[in-house]
Design a protein around this ligand. Structure first.
Ligand SMILES: [Zn+2]
Ligand SMILES: [Zn+2]
Length: 264
């Protein structure tokens, strides 16, 4: 079994303090590929540097909606430059977060649109963070995201209707441990409705450990097997089949090399 953690923050403490051990535990658990996601300029730089050091590790570069207030022209130009790095496989995470509103809404919208333009220019897919801002997120994607290589709604926690809107546009969806939470029935309903070939798995670690290890902190890629097993049951397939399908989807979506090819 080979799973890929399609959205983790290995540059965040406390994971960043001991990445070799985190990676070793991950491999032992069957999670053999990682996409470490940038959330602001400095973090994106760190993600690129980290990915350069590990086989089957990739980076994305982006300015999270929380940090959109820092997304001035210079920052966006630097992001564009970083995005051309060898192991950078997507732009993001970017999007809208009206739950915390740590940056003003107009800044969030402007910086999200700018990310979509950069992704279009460079032919890269986009990792979208959307919290309590579904309609506005779709609106900006419709206006600025035409012809993009790919769009994934990460940490999906929307309804089945919203999932349908996402699928109708040809976008992908990825699930964190949230889908295992007792109060997440709507998310499970959405997961049931999403075809396996449109679905990916992620930790979003160090946050959001899945059940039954929800109390274990920090979350880390090794724990993603719990989410994968849960999704396999939900979809009525074996864990191996789910791993194979979601890994193929991730490889295709992010244009990765096949992880672990050649070893048993
Ligand atoms: Zn996010
Ligand atoms: Zn994230």
């Amino acid at each position: 079994m080979k799973l890929i953690d399609t959205h983790c923050h290995l540059t965040f403490d406390p994971l960043a303090e001991d990445v070799p051990a985190v990676i070793e535990r991950s491999r032992a658990a069957g999670v053999a590929g990682w996409i470490t996601v940038g959330t602001h300029l400095e973090d994106s730089r760190k993600a690129v540097e980290l990915a350069a050091q590990y086989e089957n590790m990739y980076a994305t570069v982006g300015i999270h909606p929380h940090d959109a207030k820092d997304g001035n022209t210079d920052a966006l130009n630097e992001l564009r430059r970083l995005a051309q790095g060898e192991k950078v496989v997507a732009i993001g995470e970017t999007g809208l977060d009206f739950h915390y509103n740590l940056s003003k809404v107009p800044d969030q919208k402007r910086v999200f649109a700018a990310h979509l333009e950069i992704a279009g220019e460079l032919g890269l897919p986009v990792v979208v963070h959307c919290r309590e801002a579904f309609d506005e997120t779709m609106e900006i994607l419709d206006q600025h995201g035409r012809g993009l290589k790919g769009v994934v709604f990460h940490c999906f926690s929307g309804s089945v209707e919203q999932a349908q809107e996402v699928l109708d546009r040809g976008y992908h969806v990825s699930f964190t441990g949230v889908v295992t939470f007792e109060n997440a029935e709507a998310t499970r309903e959405a997961a049931r409705a999403i075809p396996l070939e449109k679905l990916m798995v992620e930790t979003d670690c160090p946050y959001m450990s899945p059940e039954p290890v929800r109390k274990q902190k920090p979350n880390e890629p090794a724990l993603m097997v719990h989410t994968a097993r849960f999704l396999a049951q939900l979809k009525g397939v074996s864990l191996d089949d789910l791993a194979q399908a979601t890994t193929e989807t991730a490889v295709r979506f992010f244009h990765l090399e096949q992880p672990g090819r050649g070893d048993a």
